[in-house]
Write a protein that binds this ligand. Structure first.
Ligand code: SOE
Length: 385
């Protein structure tokens, strides 16, 4: 099998996760990284064991060996870097959100199409084996008609007013924070698993800390928990810590999603319950190898991830036997496996439908998020066209 050489742009919290997942595939070489300047790029290259490094991503894009790039920078750079990468004829795997708004995403979709390049957005949570299993259960009618979907995505890494990160600032992160950062994962996962679409939203936003204390040095995502910075400046916070969104779906189902980044004890917990006319299911990302199946007339079950018990669609993305738990790092590995197999098999040139989240999915989440922000601002239901 041909080895594909890949470049990673941005090596904060998520860049190294991409690198580790890619290396586990065996047929990918992480050939280069780029970061904000030469000195940091050199340090990170040594730390991450990558041969080539660039202090300017544009230099990485000129490297003819690099076939595809992973955009792992803060949000406000995604659009610019993804666009430059496509124009340099590289396939692009971008972190979410794909851009700062849906019109930028439209442009990226257009360029990728014109240039026939593979494009993906890292909605990795779809790649927990039990999420693939649940999708097929619903597709095959096991739950019956979907009536209601409720859930949440909650974290505590921004719990104190001294917790600080670029994600808090709209100029780096976008107009929405909790909904865009973690609600986007929940919405993407729910639409993927159920196959139905959100078509109306009504949102309530809250910012519990309208002022936060910003440490005078930058802090990487999640790293703040390990620091006790002494010098701060006060910063006005314009993005939401919390949101509850009422949802209506295009099959007539109703639902709600709560997101909260100030939820003590919830480290990084996505939770949902899906209620159908025959059965229900629920899932908690902090116990990702267990799927609860609920019945009115009969015993409830907990399905434990075990390839011998999963449908073939889910089995395909399962690497270990039952009892050998798979978790967050495995989701990226499974997603990238699909992306790079598609590249190797020229799926993009043959017009094959990708079996991973693409820029279209990235655009969908940006658009949903824009409508949710609109609903919160105008205090009313907004119809998703
Ligand atoms: C930070 O809130 C964050 O890292 C998100 O940006 C990720 O997408 C999610 O994986 C976990 O939390």
């Amino acid at each position: 099998m041909r080895k594909i050489k890949v470049g990673i742009i941005g090596t904060g919290f998520i860049g190294p996760a991409h690198i580790e997942a890619l290396r586990r595939l065996g047929f990918i070489e992480v050939a280069a990284i780029a970061d904000v300047n030469q000195e940091i790029a050199k340090q990170k290259a040594e730390l991450l064991n990558v041969e080539k490094y660039y202090g300017d991503y544009k230099e990485l894009l000129k490297d003819p060996e690099i076939e595809s790039v992973h955009v792992c920078t803060p949000n406000y750079l995604h659009y610019k870097i993804a666009k430059d990468a496509l124009l340099a004829n590289k396939h692009v795997i971008c972190e979410k959100p794909l851009a700062m708004n849906s019109s930028e995403a439209d442009e990226l979709i257009r360029i990728a199409k014109e240039k026939k390049l593979v494009n993906a957005v890292h909605f990795n949570l779809r790649f927990y084996p039990l999420m693939h299993h649940a999708k097929k259960m619903i597709e095959e009618g096991e739950l019956g008609q979907i009536f209601a979907i409720n859930g949440s995505y909650q974290q505590d890494w921004l719990f104190y007013d001294t917790d600080f990160n670029w994600r808090l600032l709209p100029e780096f992160s976008g107009d929405s924070r909790a909904v865009a950062d973690i609600g986007s994962h929940w919405l993407d996962l729910i639409e993927f698993v159920t196959g139905i679409k959100v078509n109306e939203v009504c949102a309530d936003f809250a910012t519990f800390y309208p002022i936060r204390k910003k440490p005078l040095k930058p802090v990487e995502t999640y790293a703040g928990k390990l620091l006790s910075p002494e010098d701060y400046e006060e910063v006005k916070i314009e993005t939401e810590d919390y949101a509850t969104v009422l949802l209506k779906f295009n099959n007539g189902a109703h639902g709600s999603m709560t997101v909260n980044q100030v939820a003590a004890g919830r480290k990084n917990r996505l939770y949902f319950e899906i209620y159908g006319s025959k059965k229900s299911i629920s899932w908690d990302s902090e116990r990702p190898n267990e799927l609860w199946i609920g019945r009115r007339d009969g015993t409830n079950e907990i399905l434990i991830k075990d390839p011998s018990l999963l449908n073939p669609y889910a089995r395909e993305i399962t690497s270990f036997p039952g009892g050998h738990n798979e978790g967050f790092p495995d989701t990226s590995k499974q997603m990238f496996k699909k992306v790079y197999k598609y590249i190797l098999q020229d799926g993009h040139l043959k017009g094959e439908t990708p079996d991973f989240p693409t820029f279209e999915d990235g655009r969908r989440e940006l658009f949903l998020c824009e409508q949710i922000v609109k609903s919160a601002k105008e205090n009313k239901w907004v119809v998703i066209e």
